[in-house]
Ligand binder design. Structure first.
Ligand SMILES: [Zn+2]
Length: 85
């Protein structure tokens, strides 16, 4: 039995355990990766893959859900989190 809730990746749309996904939140206007899933604010979930980040960007999911513009700087920082975080 798994206690972790299922969440949907904002990119590919797969349902996965929350712990397998990367949560990205808009915390008081600042977009942050939330490894502990404990930051308040609007959040989305992504598989930890650049592919899913790209899909989410194509769908405007980050912009719509987090109410932020996806700048090159923000995109690059999320790619870094996926690769190293
Ligand atoms: Zn995904």
């Amino acid at each position: 039995m798994s206690a972790s809730p299922l969440e949907e990746c904002a990119g590919c749309g797969d349902l996965r355990d929350e712990i397998e996904l990367m949560r990205v939140v808009n915390n008081k206007g600042e977009v942050k990766v939330d490894p502990g899933s404990d930051l308040p604010g609007r959040g989305i979930y992504l598989c930890p893959q650049v592919k899913c980040l790209d899909l989410a960007c194509e769908k405007n999911a980050l912009k719509q859900e987090l109410k932020v513009e996806i700048t090159d700087e923000l995109y690059e920082s999320l790619v870094e989190e996926i690769k190293h975080g």
